[in-house]
Design a protein around this ligand. Structure first.
Ligand code: SF4
Length: 304
């Protein structure tokens, strides 16, 4: 077994299902998520490489209104495409040139039909491994696991991964459910985009991986692109994480046994005693992570 695979939890199906359900329950709506048109997805991916997503939304709408399909983009004057790029502040003009060139290739070399797998898509001008994989996934449900900065941050935190590209690739591939690259890659990138951001919003965004997440349990939210962690030490979030981690090791645990396992200075009647613990547990119960016994007084267990 590879190093990365060994870092992943045993119950991978539960891990996968939790993320897909979280994504399908709610996610940001972008026009390119509402389509499986490879041309529109390529345009959105190229635009998103250097530009904030909310600005891309407006530019994308203008672009596909002006050049609605690959044939019309291929037939356009290159200077018009480059002009559009500059007018919409979309970053390096070379990307506009490459996009125009790629449209010409699709028309001339592929008979107007986009290739459907990542390797063939990479033959298009300016289309690297990431973009090829994104188009294969989102247009054709035929991609590999996407591994970008957001995905690395999620994997590093959630599964105690080393900061190693091969290990990330390996783990991301292991996690990818068979034949579901469209929803999966969207879901894990959404997790990195809204919940597992540089300053994570684990509880605020109801991250579905809190029950498995190493960072949530320890309070260490550093990541390859977050070298110094935010000052979570001693924070409520850290202790919530510890509760989840401790309960994960037991079927059910009495509060009198849980308290000292969550913090060394726990004393039932003290400042960080039973009332404090009940408050944490009540929040976790509201979030659907923890189930308490009927009176909420004596024991707790993890809900999965
Ligand atoms: S619990 Fe927090 S740190 Fe862990 S994966 Fe979720 S958002 Fe990221």
């Amino acid at each position: 077994m590879s190093e990365s695979a060994s870092s992943l939890p045993d119950d991978l199906d539960s891990v996968r299902r939790a993320l897909v359900e979280w994504y399908e329950g709610d996610h940001r709506k972008f026009p390119w998520r509402e389509t499986t048109n490879p041309y529109e997805i390529l345009v959105s991916e190229v635009m998103s490489q250097q530009t904030q997503l909310d600005r891309v939304v407006a530019a994308f709408a203008d672009f596909v209104e002006r050049w609605p399909d690959v044939e019309r983009l291929a037939a356009a004057d290159r200077s018009a495409v480059v002009g559009f790029w500059s007018d919409h502040s979309l970053g390096y003009n070379n990307r506009a040139r490459y996009l125009h060139e790629a449209a010409g290739q699709v028309v001339a070399e592929f008979d107007g039909e986009f290739p459907e797998n990542p390797d063939d898509l990479q033959e298009l001008q300016g289309v690297g491994p990431y973009t090829a994989n994104a188009v294969a996934s989102f247009a054709f449900d035929n991609g590999n696991a996407v591994v970008d900065t957001n995905v690395k941050r999620v994997l590093y935190r959630a599964f105690d991964m080393p900061d190693d590209d091969a290990a990330f690739e390996d783990a991301a591939g292991e996690l990818l459910p068979d034949d579901e690259s469209r929803v999966w890659n969207n879901a894990i990138m959404e997790l990195g985009g809204v919940a597992c951001t540089k300053t994570p919003a684990c509880d605020e965004e109801s991250c579905p991986w809190r029950g498995w997440c190493g960072a949530y349990a320890t309070g260490d939210f550093s990541a390859p692109d977050v070298p110094t962690q935010s000052p979570f030490e001693g924070s409520r979030r850290q202790f919530r994480g510890r509760v989840v981690r401790v309960l994960g090791e037991y079927d059910e645990l009495a509060l009198s046994e849980l308290g000292p396992r969550v913090r060394v200075d726990y004393t039932p009647e003290g400042e960080h005693g039973r009332d404090w613990l009940r408050g944490l547990l009540a929040d976790l119960e509201d979030d659907g992570l923890v189930a308490l016994d009927t009176d909420g007084e004596t024991s707790a267990r993890l809900r999965r």
